[in-house]
Design a protein. Structure first.
Length: 512
């Protein structure tokens, strides 16, 4: 399991996860507070926290170790809450909990507390909190500049490198994250082995990814997460049976490591056994209590099993239950995202627009949602509106909404908003047979199967056979348990493997 909210790929995206952790990079002493150096063998040597409570400092350091190396996010949150009880004015502890919490209401509340307590923090900590706020306000150029300043000061510090690469990963800047990691020369950090293994996997460099996972397992043989991460990377590479072995190995080490139980369910779904997948999901739901965000993640993936079976009524029932639960618990962004996904698979554009309107209404409610999440969700909803308008030939709506997305993208510099704009613009231009222009946008959204499918076809239209083959091969071998994968990859793969299929893209992709 990767330690980032971004791993909740089905619906939960946070471009600002743990930005505030960079506060730990600065040695600072605020008025009336102590800065107690940690023990020499601690990774935080020369990078102390500031608090009036040495025990609160110790708990935060331990929370980071548990969270980053062991990926025990709930246990990490418990320690952060304990630190706050010891020092309620510990502004940075509030900020860290805001970014780490798996409870949307707690995220919002702790962020407000951190901002209210800025005067209790040191100048350096206030600077970092303002940097984090820049990121939540989509002022990412400022955030990147400050990240680069930190990297220039600590180019070989493993915790600095971890935080930088983790944030770049949430922004889908995998090449940049890998470059930062490789330049650091660090080879002995379990947390970095884990996260960078995922980065290599996202780049489809599976040999490098699996090499790091081997090292991660060897470094922490008695921990469950290395086996869990190894399993997920193997699944991404299409090695489903080996993936199941490692998920089961994780559960053998820690029977309560529920991520692996749901990983088994996800894997069976990708293998095509939706009945077995739902059985495994239900085992997990009945056996393990879990935070709301994780509950939504795997309830969503369970709902996707009906899409893979072609049972749209079953999917509607499952997704609606998720939306109703999110509404009852006042989780506006999650409710909106669920309705957005329901709109994506509707065969009737009119019904799709009904769900888009429900998504927009939920998002407008804005309860228990961080501003960055709301803006990102709004961009995703607008993208769906464009795609529906493309299907119905409503050129005026396409142009109007694309203008809104373009403006959002220009103002925010948020990578997730940018890709929503590029994906929508690429789809619109492709429908107008402007393939060269479409390609320039679709190439900016290469992690989305919807854009990959159009990109492969656009390459074919302009007779760029090598690009069409490469893109088709990538698409046919995507093994992420997402709605987009279920909607696009499965039918694409059937044609890809069927000798009787007359797809022009397939004809190119199978050339040797």
């Amino acid at each position: 399991m990767l330690f980032t909210h971004a791993i909740l790929k089905t619906s939960i995206r946070s471009a600002t996860l743990f930005l505030a952790v960079f506060a730990l990079l600065f040695a600072a002493v605020a008025s009336g507070q102590q800065s107690t150096p940690v023990q020499p063998d601690s990774p935080w040597t020369t990078l102390p926290l500031t608090s009036k409570s040495p025990e609160a400092q110790r708990l935060v350091v331990e929370a980071m170790r548990v969270g980053l190396d062991l990926v025990e996010q709930e246990q990490s949150d418990v320690m952060l809450r304990q630190a706050i009880k010891l020092d309620p004015d510990f502004a940075m502890a509030h900020e860290l909990l805001s970014q780490n919490s798996l409870d949307p209401a707690e995220q919002v509340a702790e962020n407000a507390k951190a901002l209210a307590l800025k005067s209790h923090a040191s100048p350096a900590e206030r600077l970092v909190m303002e940097w984090w706020q820049d990121a939540t306000d989509h002022k990412l150029i400022s955030a990147i500049t400050k990240m680069n300043d930190v990297l220039s000061l600590y180019p070989h510090d493993k915790w600095v490198i971890f935080m930088a690469t983790n944030w770049l990963t949430t922004q889908t800047q995998y090449e940049r994250a890998i470059a930062v990691y490789e330049r650091s020369g660090i080879t002995d950090s379990p947390g970095l082995m884990n996260n960078m293994g995922y980065c290599y996997a996202y780049m489809r460099e599976f040999d490098k990814a699996l090499t790091l996972m081997d090292k991660y397992v060897s470094a922490m043989p008695k921990e469950a997460n290395p086996q869990d991460s190894y399993a997920e990377v193997l699944r991404m590479a299409g090695s489903f049976n080996k993936s199941l072995e490692h998920y089961r190995a994780a559960l053998a080490i820690d029977p309560q490591f529920y991520s692996s139980q749901f990983g088994i369910a996800d894997t069976y779904s990708l293998m095509g056994d939706q009945v077995r997948a739902r059985e495994e999901y239900e085992i997990g739901f009945q056996k393990f209590p879990m935070p709301e965000l994780h509950q939504v993640q795997w309830k969503t993936r369970e709902a996707e099993t009906y899409i893979r079976e072609g049972d749209l009524k079953g999917a509607d029932h499952a997704f609606q239950a998720i939306a109703d639960d999110a509404h009852a618990k006042h989780m506006s962004q999650l409710e909106a995202d669920t309705y957005r996904q329901m709109a994506m698979y509707q065969p009737d554009p009119k019904q799709a627009l009904v769900f888009v309107s429900k998504a927009e209404a939920a998002l407008k409610d804005g309860k228990n949602a961080m501003p960055a999440s709301i803006h990102q969700e709004q961009a995703q909803i607008l993208r769906v509106r464009v795609e529906i308008a493309v299907k119905t030939g409503d050129r005026q709506t396409v142009n109007t909404i694309l203008a809104r997305l373009d403006e959002m993208s220009s103002k925010s510099t948020d990578r997730l908003i940018e890709t929503a704009y590029h994906g929508a613009a690429g789809a619109a231009l492709f429908s107008q047979h402007k393939y060269d222009e479409a390609i320039s946008h679709l190439e900016e959204d290469k992690n989305n199967p919807l854009s990959l499918k159009l990109l492969a076809s656009a390459y074919q239209k302009i007779r760029y056979s090598a690009g069409a083959k490469r893109t088709s091969d990538t698409l046919a071998n995507l093994n992420d348990p997402t709605l987009e994968q279920a909607l696009v990859v499965l039918p694409f793969r059937k044609c890809y493997e069927d000798p009787s299929c007359n797809s022009s893209v397939k004809a190119v992709s199978l050339k040797k």
